[in-house]
Design a protein around this ligand. Sequence first.
Ligand code: ADP
Length: 456
Amino acid sequence: MKLRTKIRLFSSILILSMLILVNTFVYFLFYKNATDSQLVELSLQTDNLIEQLASATAAEETSEVINAFLPANGMVKVFSSDEQALEFKLKGEAYRTLEGAFQTAESQEIIRPERGVHVAVVTKPIIWHDGSVVTLQMSDHLVALTDTLRILFYVLIIVSLIILIPTIIGSNILNRLLLNPIEELTRTMKTNIKERKWKKIDHSNRSKDELYEMEVTFNEMIDQLRDNYERQEDFVSNASHELKTPIQIVKSYAQLLERRGKDNPELLEESIAAIDSEADRMKRLVEQLLSLAKNKENVVHEPIELVQLVDHSITTFKQAYNREIEFHKNIEKLNVLGNAGQLEQIIYILIENALKYSEDKIAVSLFTYNGDVIYSVKDYGSGISPEDQERIFERFYRVDKARSRETGGSGLGLSIAKEIAESHHGKLTVESAAGEGSMFTLVLPAMKKADRENEK
Ligand code: ADP
């Protein structure tokens, strides 16, 4: 069953049962009050009659008194102990069939001899003029009450209908308010799935309620999905493009060797060196791609001693590049919470870039400031223009493609570094001026006191 039908059905049944309950209650409350007051009145009338009968001594006298007290639509019957009806006087038709008998107990009740007829009956024992105990039964046909009850019944039905109609209209409006946005959302999602689109929901002219929130969140989700999808596509096409060049070079050299390399030792040597270098480039590229994918995974963070890690990296680079690297620090031991492999990677990327893109010495510094850890690498190279500074953290972005090929750069190093910084809740920034060199700075948050204590 559709949600729309369910809401409609549920609200109608609920309102209908409430109306039936309230109307029944009102009807019976009125009925009880009205009949009670009629019985009290009839009982008083009976008492008055009994009082008058007490002073009557002869049969004619009693008959006159009873006639005088006979209700407008009523009846008076008197029964002796031998079940004889002594007096029988009536005005209306309703109680012709009413049964009566001698009884010594008092009673008062409402009798319905037939449908729609209400008769109040009061029965009391009295001393008859001949001294015997008899039963006096006084009845009154409640004509007005029957009419009033009928009118009340119709009024309640009309009022119920009047309430029911706006309720049904209201539930329809509510249905539309609630379900239209949900249906629109489902429609949009189906279109997106079927037509492979990034369609969003138009939520202008809508009140800012929970459904509006849902639509805004859906649109944000679509934006995010499209963004991720496009980045993924870019990434795959960039990666395959980057791999295409070295593969092409390897293939060209292989063909060259096949044609002319067998008896040309010089060409053979050149080709082997080129193939080796391109294989190295591909290996590095694949490693970096893997690293990008791996950095996305949840890695274990633990306390890492950073001074030793930086010191060790500098020694390695000094040996490999045979270049001057200064190391400035204001602390001998410094723990940060992080992943050893990733932190080593970011230290390497920044030093390697500084060495690649400058020829002079470089300076590495490690400081603590206000509890934060600041690692920076400064070089005195050509620097980076402000426009390029904004883009160098993008994947595969290289300022000078030709130069990068020489240095073996893929344009992935800084984007990896940035992701590592962010996964460590840190920040990686660059300051650079053309011709004066660049300084890359990584700020990592201080290790919290609780973490330091855990470490001990
Ligand atoms: P690559 O592998 O090409 O070095 P990176 O992501 O590490 O890729 O760097 C992106 C680009 O930023 C590089 O191609 C280079 O042009 C520029 N760059 C990075 N570091 C420096 C630096 N220290 N000095 C000048 N340019 C730099």
